[in-house]
Write a protein that binds this ligand. Structure first.
Ligand SMILES: NC(=O)c1ccc[n+]([C@@H]2O[C@H](COP(=O)([O-])OP(=O)(O)OC[C@H]3O[C@@H](n4cnc5c(N)ncnc54)[C@H](OP(=O)(O)O)[C@@H]3O)[C@@H](O)[C@H]2O)c1
Length: 343
C-alpha cells in the first residue's frame, strides 16, 4: 500500500462467521480494497471462506494470519470475548486493525488495546459501521448547523426477539460475552455519545436471563448540563428500533434506526416534518472501509469520526451499566462492578 492511493489496501479477515461474510461483500465495493488473506480456527473454514470470496491466502490459525506480511490491515470478526486478545495479537505482529463492535468486554481491556496501538503507531478503530452511513453523515451536518437548536435528549433502542433461549447461540452465551447490552446496546449508546458526548451519570435496570446474560436493559444517561439519553436493548423483546433526537427547536427522527437507516425526518416546527431520503449503496459496510483507507493513506492511526477516546468513554459507560445490572462475564480480567459503579 502506498500513500498515493495507487496501490490497493490489502485486507486480512479474522474469523469466518456471519458478519465476516457481509463485511467482505461490502469491501468488494471499494475499488482500492483487496482481500488477500483469511484466518480461521480451522483450515477447512478458511478454505471454504477463501473459495467463496476468491481469497488467496487461507490460514488455519489467527496467529498465521497475524504474521502474513502481505496484509496491511486486519478486520476482526470473532466473538467479543476474543476482541481484546485478537486485537493484541494482530497489533503485536504489526498489523493495523478494524475490530468489530463491541470493541471489548470492558474499558480495562480496551485501554490495553489502545495503548498497544498507540505504542506501535498502528491504526485501530471499532467497526461501528452505522457511524459512516449517509444518514449519519447528514445527521452530523444538521446538528452542526443547529437545525434543531441545542440537542437535549436522545431516545433510541435496538431489540429483537430471538425465538427461544438457546444457550448455544452467541447472544445467549456468557462465555462469548453475549446479551443485549454489549452486542446491541452499543448502537444506541454510540448514537447518544455522538450527539451528547460522554454522560456524567449512568442509571440502568436490566433482566439477566437463565443463561447469565442480559435479555433486556434500559438505560438513562445524564449530563451535568441536563441533557439526557434514554436507551434500550433487548434480545427477547421486539422493540421499535427507532431513534429520536430532540432539541430546543425541534427534533429529528431516524426511522428504522437499526434496520439500516436510509432517511431522516426533520421536524423543526415548520410544516409536518421534512423527510430526507439518504439511500446507501450496497450493504453499507463499505463506508467504514473507506474511512479506514482514508486514515491509512493519510498516516492517521485513528479516525476523527470515531476516535479511540470516544470508544474508551463508551466502554466506560457500558461498564457502569453492567455494574448497575450485575452483568459479569466468566474469565474476564480487569472488570470490577464496584470500581465501575454509577457516578
Ligand atoms: N457490525 C455488524 O453489523 C455486526 C453484525 C453481527 C455481528 N457483529 C459482531 O461481529 C462479531 C461476530 O459476530 P457473528 O455474527 O459473525 O458471529 P458468528 O456468526 O458466530 O461468527 C463468529 C466467528 O468467530 C470465530 N470464533 C472464534 N472463537 C469462537 C468461539 N469460541 N465460538 C464461536 N465462534 C468463534 C468463528 O470463526 P472461525 O471458525 O473461522 O475461527 C466464527 O465463525 C461479534 O462481535 C458481533 O457483535 C457485528
Amino acid at each position: 500500500m502506498s500513500d498515493s492511493g495507487s496501490e490497493k489496501v490489502r485486507w486480512g479477515i479474522c474469523a469466518t462467521g456471519g458478519i465476516a461474510e457481509k463485511f467482505v461483500e461490502g469491501l468488494r465495493q471499494v475499488p482500492d480494497a483487496e482481500v488477500v488473506a483469511v484466518g480461521s480456527r480451522s483450515q477447512e473454514s478458511a478454505e471454504t471462506f477463501g473459495d467463496a470470496f476468491g481469497i488467496p491466502h487461507r490460514h488455519a490459525t489467527y496467529e498465521a494470519l497475524a504474521h502474513d506480511v502481505d496484509v496491511d490491515v486486519v478486520y476482526i470478526a470473532s466473538p467479543q470475548n476474543r476482541h481484546h486478545a485478537d486485537t493484541l495479537l494482530f497489533l503485536e505482529a504489526g498489523r493495523n486493525v478494524l475490530c468489530e463492535k463491541p470493541f471489548a468486554r470492558s474499558q480495562a481491556e480496551l485501554q490495553e488495546m489502545v495503548a498497544l496501538a498507540t505504542n506501535k503507531k498502528l491504526f485501530l478503530m471499532e467497526a461501528i459501521w452505522s457511524r459512516f452511513l449517509p444518514t449519519y453523515v447528514r445527521l452530523r451536518e444538521l446538528l452542526h448547523q443547529g437545525a434543531i437548536g441545542e440537542p437535549r435528549m436522545v431516545e433510541a433502542d435496538f431489540g429483537f426477539r430471538l425465538p427461544e433461549v438457546d444457550p448455544d447461540h452467541r447472544l445467549f452465551d456468557p462465555d462469548r460475552a453475549g446479551g443485549g447490552l454489549l452486542d446491541l446496546g452499543i448502537y444506541p449508546v454510540q448514537l447518544a455519545s455522538m450527539v451528547l458526548g460522554t454522560p456524567n451519570h449512568v442509571g440502568a435496570a436490566g433482566h439477566i436471563g437463565t443463561t447469565g446474560v442480559d435479555e433486556q436493559v434500559a438505560m438513562v444517561l445524564g449530563h451535568d448540563d441536563g441533557a439526557l439519553a434514554v436507551l434500550h436493548a433487548a434480545i427477547r423483546t421486539s422493540t421499535s428500533c427507532g431513534a429520536r433526537i430532540s432539541g430546543t427547536e425541534g427534533h429529528i427522527v431516524i426511522p428504522a434506526f437499526m434496520h439500516v437507516p436510509q432517511a431522516l425526518i426533520l421536524d423543526n416546527g415548520v410544516g409536518d416534518g421534512e423527510r430526507l431520503d439518504l439511500p446507501m449503496d450496497g450493504n453499507g459496510y463499505h463506508y467504514q472501509v473507506q474511512e479506514v483507507h482514508d486514515c491509512l493513506r493519510s498516516g492517521r492511526i485513528q479516525s476523527d469520526i470515531l476516535p479511540l477516546d470516544e470508544s474508551l468513554a463508551m466502554m466506560g459507560t457500558l461498564d457502569q451499566i453492567r455494574a448497575e445490572i450485575g452483568l459479569v462475564y466468566p474469565g474476564e480480567a480487569g472488570f470490577d462492578t464496584a470500581d465501575s459503579a454509577s457516578v
